[in-house]
Ligand binder design. Structure first.
Ligand code: ZN
Length: 278
């Protein structure tokens, strides 16, 4: 083939591909922008409901009314966020998107107006990943500067499938995101600030006294800093609620007031007033 013709054809193909990627990008943005609306108008796919009922412990314990609210919020989260596969993955499985969304809805279920809007990108790696910034392997992290939550799929799935060991990567990272969201939202700090400060003071005291760590409900990692303590507390709040309340009652009660939900009551008497507001 004539070289000029070859170059011309190559250019046409390139232009076409570029245009298609721009169109796809625009389509994706448009779909995410209408995510909240679509989640209200479109029926919740039966497959989503089936997966939640089968595997998501928190959802299993909700009343029928709260399950319906939960499902809508899961769809809103799924439809509004950009899930980006990393580490050689071609795409993020819909099941992973669903459970990541369910984890975000779980932690914010008592805070109906909080959708972690600052974090609009969720990066999913198949397993632990190497961070060039910290030069270490990670299971997950949040990047407030870019509004990104990063999760290792393997560790994330392990987190909620083994639901009573107090280790849950999804809840851990969502808790970091939630605390950051509370700061970056100038117009609406949803946490009661004095209460959060009290929580931090108690956590400092517990760590200084050595009351947290080996042999206690919280693993030693909790005492790394205030943010890690909060995230580890959230993991235990949902996964080992009764033990948490028995061992660290004051802290548990503050967490109930911060997150405006009580996982113990939610299981026993599922209809909580704060969670019923869509
Ligand atoms: Zn952490």
């Amino acid at each position: 083939m004539n070289i000029t013709l070859t170059i011309a054809l190559a250019l046409i193909v390139l232009l076409f591909l570029r245009r298609r990627s721009v169109v796809n990008k625009g389509y994706g943005q448009m779909m995410r922008a209408t995510g909240a609306l679509r989640s209200n108008l479109m029926p919740v796919p039966a497959y989503y409901r089936e997966l939640l009922q089968k595997y998501f412990r928190y959802y299993q314990g909700l009343s029928a009314d709260n399950k319906a609210i939960f499902e809508r919020r899961v769809c809103r989260f799924m439809y509004s966020k950009q899930f980006i596969p990393r580490g050689g993955m071609k795409e993020v499985p819909v099941e992973v998107k669903l459970f990541v969304a369910a984890t975000a809805v779980q932690i914010t279920f008592g805070l109906p107006n909080v959708q972690l809007t600052h974090f609009n990108k969720i990066l999913i790696y198949p397993d632990n990943y190497y961070s060039t910034i910290t030069q270490r392997y990670h299971k997950g992290e949040v990047n407030p500067a870019f509004g990104i939550i990063v999760l290792s799929m393997k560790n994330f799935m392990k987190g909620f499938l083994y639901g009573e060991d107090g280790v849950n990567l999804g809840l851990h990272e969502m808790a970091h995101a939630l605390r950051i969201e509370n700061i970056v939202r100038q117009e609406y700090a949803f946490f009661d600030q004095p209460l959060l400060e009290r929580f931090d003071r108690i956590s400092e005291r517990l760590c200084a006294e050595g009351a947290v760590g080996e042999g206690s409900i919280f693993r030693p990692y909790a005492c790394t800093n205030l943010h890690e303590f909060f995230s580890v507390a959230v993991e235990n709040f949902f996964e080992r609620s009764v033990q948490f309340k028995m061992e660290l009652g004051e802290l548990y009660n503050i967490m109930v007031r911060l997150l405006k939900q009580d996982p113990i009551l939610l299981q026993v008497n599922p209809l909580t007033p704060s969670a019923t507001t869509a």
